[in-house]
Design a protein around this ligand. Structure first.
Ligand SMILES: Nc1ncnc2c1ncn2[C@@H]1O[C@H](COP(=O)(O)OP(=O)(O)OP(=O)(O)O)[C@@H](O)[C@H]1O
Length: 208
């Protein structure tokens, strides 16, 4: 089992429940705006503490309310790709990528900078600042930063939403290659059913 999740979250005056288990390479989290998709990813990453339940990824418990286990984000080995990309604007592409790598202890790293840049087709961008990149290029760099942090799984929050259709296709292919060649389990959030039908091997529909 890659993901085994049963949690309740409190956000403002809203309560959000998520219960799912999945062995799929890409697990899609689907639901309308405001249903709690980002909050669930934040809880998986350790940025929000659920009020109850458990989170297990690939057999490792990350959170368990009963035993008061709550691993901090840096101990969860998860790579997070955000909807709004969030590269450091004052650092060039190489420095943004190396920031990801520095998050990982040396003995746990499984991808070198050169491998990541080749895999993502961004080797020619290393000296550029984020503001000079297209949306698709910037999202590739953000994915590279996540891969270099030596994750055991990836969280992707609407990674195509800021891209035009032509760039979307390129990033979808990258995501499929991460699943098929790197064998990293991905929890992938979208409110677009067509996108999820293409990418996800299992779709979890969140109740409104
Ligand atoms: N920091 C916060 N304080 C209070 N309420 C919050 C906070 N963050 C999110 N919420 C509320 O929690 C609910 C879930 O928000 P969340 O961003 O997880 O939804 P979402 O499904 O990802 O939405 P979208 O598709 O629009 O990104 C919403 O009602 C939102 O207003």
């Amino acid at each position: 089992m890659f993901f085994d999740v049963d949690i309740t979250l409190s956000r403002g005056n809203r309560q959000i429940n998520a219960t799912f288990s999945s062995t799929a390479g890409i697990t899609g989290l689907f639901g309308p705006s405001g249903v709690g998709k980002t909050s669930i990813l934040d809880a998986m990453a350790g940025l929000i503490r659920p009020t109850s339940g458990h989170i297990t990824v690939a057999g490792s418990k990350l959170f368990d309310a009963k035993t008061k286990l709550n691993l901090p984000p840096e101990a969860r080995s998860c790579g997070y790709v955000f909807q709004d990309i969030r590269l450091f604007p004052h650092r060039n592409v190489r420095e943004n990528l190396l920031f990801g790598q520095k998050l990982a202890p040396v003995d746990r790293r499984w991808m070198a900078l050169e491998e990541a840049t080749q895999f993502l087709g961004i080797a020619h961008l290393l000296e550029r600042r984020p503001r000079t990149l297209s949306g698709g290029e910037a999202q590739r760099v953000a994915i590279g930063r996540a891969l270099l942090s030596a994750p055991r799984f990836l969280l992707m929050d609407e990674p195509l939403s800021s891209l035009d259709p032509a760039r979307r296709e390129g990033i979808m292919t990258v995501i499929e290659r991460i699943r098929d060649e790197l064998h990293l389990p991905i929890l992938y959030v979208s409110h677009d059913r067509v996108e999820l039908n293409r990418l996800a091997d299992q779709i979890v529909e969140l109740p409104c």
